[in-house]
Design a protein around this ligand. Structure first.
Ligand SMILES: *[C@@H]1O[C@H](CO)[C@@H](O)[C@H](O)[C@H]1NC(C)=O
Ligand SMILES: *[C@@H]1O[C@H](CO)[C@@H](O)[C@H](O)[C@H]1NC(C)=O
Ligand SMILES: *[C@@H]1O[C@H](CO)[C@@H](O)[C@H](O)[C@H]1NC(C)=O
Ligand SMILES: *[C@@H]1O[C@H](CO)[C@@H](O)[C@H](O)[C@H]1NC(C)=O
Ligand SMILES: *[C@@H]1O[C@H](CO)[C@@H](O)[C@H](O)[C@H]1NC(C)=O
Ligand SMILES: *[C@@H]1O[C@H](CO)[C@@H](O)[C@H](O)[C@H]1NC(C)=O
Ligand SMILES: *[C@@H]1O[C@H](CO)[C@@H](O)[C@H](O)[C@H]1NC(C)=O
Ligand SMILES: *[C@@H]1O[C@H](CO)[C@@H](O)[C@H](O)[C@H]1NC(C)=O
Ligand SMILES: *[C@@H]1O[C@H](CO)[C@@H](O)[C@H](O)[C@H]1NC(C)=O
Ligand SMILES: *[C@@H]1O[C@H](CO)[C@@H](O)[C@H](O)[C@H]1NC(C)=O
Ligand SMILES: *[C@@H]1O[C@H](CO)[C@@H](O)[C@H](O)[C@H]1NC(C)=O
Length: 708
């Protein structure tokens, strides 16, 4: 029975060329270093947890962070304030077409600032090597004392191997991260262990939310009196020691297992603990687990290493894959392939957690470690196109989790008749930080409709429809409610007040931003289709608003950023220095109802010529590449992805540029979204690799899904 089937499968695959040699391509880009970087760590991790390493594979010389999706803390409240003041906080009332609506900002320091910077994300600690002299004194070693330094991250297994020598004696450290728990396994090999001259340390920083950007390092190491640690060195199961770290009211537990050791606090004035191997063997392995509570047991270092290699091998073998290198003659293919592979690694380490990621993933803290719902698209929607549904589904139900608070924001706080209004700069409870832009930005609103739509394309079942039904309904209800019927013009307007994507308008009088109008149409269309598939009536307000929304503002053959902007905004520094969302009308977005493709093309080309490209950053480059791909300018699409101002460092970290610190991961997420679209296609595209030039490029994609 199955012979003919097998033969036909073979025939097809021989005809279509053999599968991509994924392992060889991944290994080609294993990052290597021979010195620590002053700006980025090497990392191992699992999406919810990441460990940043210096040249020793640990945090011996540089305090790179150990970060998680669950490790948050509140700083002490301002004098005289209680947590009740958070809930009692009131904002300003702004006029929304004759109705006063409350927005959460009032400039009232210090409570407003506390609510912006709290809770903030904690750095869980640091693990390092300790060196002793022959007579047992602690040696003060710096990186310059090391020789024969070699470090390589094996991407295929997630194994970081660091080797070096001290006074000619070799040391090797292997570091891996477990995948189902937040643990690292460390195996140290060195003759120094045999002579009892090498050990390890764990240390704990003080963290506070005083810095909006805590980079490159998070926390301070000299404020010992502001936090506490307690050691429990009595073994429990395979846990040899536990250290409880308390910062204000938050407690984090570090549990250590592996080979036998003794542990002691260095001094009562520090939170550093020294670990001395019990045996004088040439190899010492440790496993360290971080959590909110103490686990019953910890994984062995060997089990952690196995968990790492199995998970990574499966990820590289079974998810989507793109080969732009093999058979390409274009000299840029190598760098583009490097960016793809390293972005795939770093997204899996930093951006595959239970919550949307912050801009700097789990490397350091930006915006106090909070995440931004408008950025969720750029961070995580590529998972849908690369078919990493297990990873995307970890966080995409945040819309269900935040639904109640978003309904309350729309209806209780702001008095809209229906729906849920999604917040922006969020913490795990769903509270959005106070602030004008945080409260008045609107382009995050249609995102869940896109997330839902991609999920339905992959899993077209009633279960998917039901799962997203309440989110879809409430999202669209608020979109319909927010659109305001302008009796003078007879159309529905968006705003005022509101901020457009670029955040550069005056919120009080701006209305009808082009990108948001198109996105509203697209989103309401997705919502209508959702109810039709469910066999339920489509709320008439959705259709009335979708059909009745203002036309995209246009002047002399090109679209405008918003309706009341001056026609010469193209030369006004106010409007050409931030996200070029106008180019996304046809590119990032598929054609929406009423979009004139020729006008969109001229607009895109005018953006390329007019925007201040030296001031754009991160996801703007993939956005521009997608607009080029859609209009058949494939060479331009590749140029945008490799633009000199869009840089990825030696380990693939996206450089922040003039506006934000490094890394700025929306650049990596955007790159992978654009690559999937260009390599595999979008609704209505033709042929293979429709976003790449034919000349010089041989592009193959496996296991990708089509972009909208
Ligand atoms: C270290 O690496 C850099 C580039 O990565 C290289 O130029 C340099 O020669 C290397 N140094 C040693 C001592 O290997
Ligand atoms: C921080 O305070 C908020 C109130 O704003 C509270 O909901 C949250 O549980 C607290 N989180 C921590 C980690 O203490
Ligand atoms: C910490 O806990 C104390 C006692 O429950 C409480 O009064 C205080 O408000 C809390 N502080 C924060 C920042 O959560
Ligand atoms: C916006 O309107 C509010 C009152 O509704 C006013 O206090 C504020 O100054 C205005 N801001 C701008 C930028 O016009
Ligand atoms: C480390 O380097 C410093 C500066 O070169 C030197 O003084 C010190 O003796 C070295 N320590 C060891 C243990 O090699
Ligand atoms: C904590 O340490 C930093 C330096 O790392 C210092 O600037 C700050 O004043 C210290 N804070 C306190 C409260 O001691
Ligand atoms: C539909 O629109 C009407 C008119 O604007 C409004 O009164 C009603 O509350 C809306 N219904 C919903 C569910 O938004
Ligand atoms: C209605 O639309 C017109 C034309 O776009 C605009 O000038 C006017 O300000 C709008 N009316 C209100 C009350 O916003
Ligand atoms: C309209 O656009 C054309 C071609 O893009 C340009 O030559 C002309 O100067 C523009 N007119 C105005 C009034 O801006
Ligand atoms: C363009 O951006 C650069 C870099 O941020 C800035 O220095 C320059 O002033 C901007 N130019 C204009 C015309 O806005
Ligand atoms: C794909 O091919 C069809 C049929 O030839 C054509 O109508 C359509 O415009 C093409 N799409 C693109 C994006 O080139």
């Amino acid at each position: 029975m199955w012979w003919p089937f097998l033969i036909s499968l073979c025939a097809v695959s021989i005809y279509a060329s053999p599968p991509i040699d994924r392992r060889a391509l991944v290994a080609r880009y294993n990052p290597t270093r021979n010195a620590s970087s002053s700006t980025t760590p090497m990392q191992v991790g699992n999406g919810n947890f990441a460990f940043g390493a210096d040249i020793t594979g640990l945090q011996t010389f540089q305090p790179w962070a150990i970060m998680s999706t669950w490790g948050w803390k509140n700083d002490s409240l301002p004098a005289g304030k209680t947590l009740a003041d958070v809930y009692d906080y009131t904002g300003v009332s702004l006029d929304n077409h004759g109705r006063l609506v409350e927005y959460m900002f009032n400039g009232a320091a210090p409570m407003q600032q506390w609510m912006i910077s709290n809770p903030n994300r904690a750095n869980l600690g640091a693990v390092g090597l300790v060196f002793w002299s022959e007579n047992g004194e602690v040696l003060d070693i710096t990186e310059s004392n090391l020789t024969s330094i070699k470090q390589e991250l094996d991407l295929w297994t997630g194994t970081l191997t660091s080797s070096f020598a001290l006074a000619g004696v070799p040391i090797e450290v292997k570091t891996t991260s477990a995948q189902s728990v937040d643990s690292i396994g460390v195996t140290v090999s060195s003759p120094l262990l045999e002579s009892g001259r090498l050990g390890m340390s764990v240390d704990f920083p003080c963290n506070d939310g005083s810095l909006k950007f805590a980079d490159p390092f998070v926390g301070t190491w000299n404020n010992a009196s502001l936090h506490t640690t307690t050691l429990d060195a009595s073994p429990r199961g395979n846990i040899h020691a536990g250290i409880t770290h308390t910062l204000v009211n938050s407690t984090f537990v570090t549990s250590i297992g592996g080979d036998a050791f003794t542990i002691a606090r260095d001094s009562p004035d520090a939170h550093r603990y020294t670990i001395r191997p019990a045996a004088t063997a040439g190899v010492f392995s440790l496993s360290t687990t971080w959590g909110l509570t103490s686990p019953k047991s910890v994984l062995s270092p060997a089990a952690i290493s196995l968990s790492s290699s199995k998970t990574w091998e499966q990820y590289w073998s079974e998810s989507g894959f793109v080969d732009v290198l093999t058979g390409s003659t274009d000299a840029r293919a190598d760098e583009l392939q490097r960016r793809i592979i390293l972005s795939r690694y770093l997204m899996r380490v930093n951006e595959a957690g239970d919550y949307p990621p912050q801009e700097s993933g789990l490397v350091n803290n930006g915006w106090y470690g909070k995440f931004h719902l408008e950025m969720f698209f750029w961070h995580c929607q590529h998972w849908a196109l690369w078919n990493d549904w297990d990873l995307l589904l970890r966080s995409s139900d945040v819309y269900e989790r935040f639904l109640d608070t978003s309904i309350a924001r729309a209806q209780v706080q702001q008095g809209w008749p229906a729906g849920a209004r999604w917040g922006k700069m969020s913490d795990p409870s769903g509270r959005s930080a106070p602030g004008q832009i945080n409260e008045l930005l609107i382009w995050q609103q249609p995102h869940p409709l896109v997330f839902a739509n991609y999920e339905y394309r992959a899993f077209p079942t009633t279960a998917t429809l039901r799962k997203w039904e309440a989110v879809v309904r409430n999202t669209a209800d608020w979109m319909a409610a927010f659109a305001w019927f302008n009796a003078t013009t007879g159309v529905y307007d968006l705003g005022p007040p509101m901020y457009q994507v670029a955040e550069d308008n005056i919120y009080n009088n701006t209305y009808n931003p082009a990108f948001e109008l198109a996105y509203w149409r697209l989103g309401l269309g997705f919502a209508e289709a959702w109810m039709e598939r469910l066999g339920e009536p489509v709320p008439s307000n959705w259709t009335i608003v979708k059909e009745g929304l203002a036309k995209l503002p246009v002047n002399n053959g090109t679209y405008k950023v918003f309706e009341d902007v001056n026609d010469d905004f193209w030369t006004d520094p106010t409007y050409i220095n931030d996200h070029p969302a106008l180019a996304g009308l046809h590119g990032w977005l598929p054609p929406t109802e009423g979009l004139d493709l020729e006008t969109a093309r001229l607009t895109t080309e005018k953006v390329w010529a007019s925007w201040n490209i030296s001031n754009v950053w991160g996801w703007d480059f993939p956005l521009l590449a997608m607009s080029a791909a859609r209009i058949g300018e494939q060479e331009k699409a590749v140029e945008w992805l490799l633009h000199p101002l869009f840089q990825f460092d030696d380990v693939g970290m996206p450089i922040g540029g003039v506006r934000v610190p490094t890394p700025y991961f929306p650049g990596s997420g955007g790159l992978l979204y654009a690559i999937a679209m260009m390599a595999h296609g979008w609704d209505g595209s033709n042929g293979t690799a429709p976003g790449f030039p034919v000349e010089g490029w041989n592009v193959r994609a496996e296991g990708l899904s089509t972009a909208m």
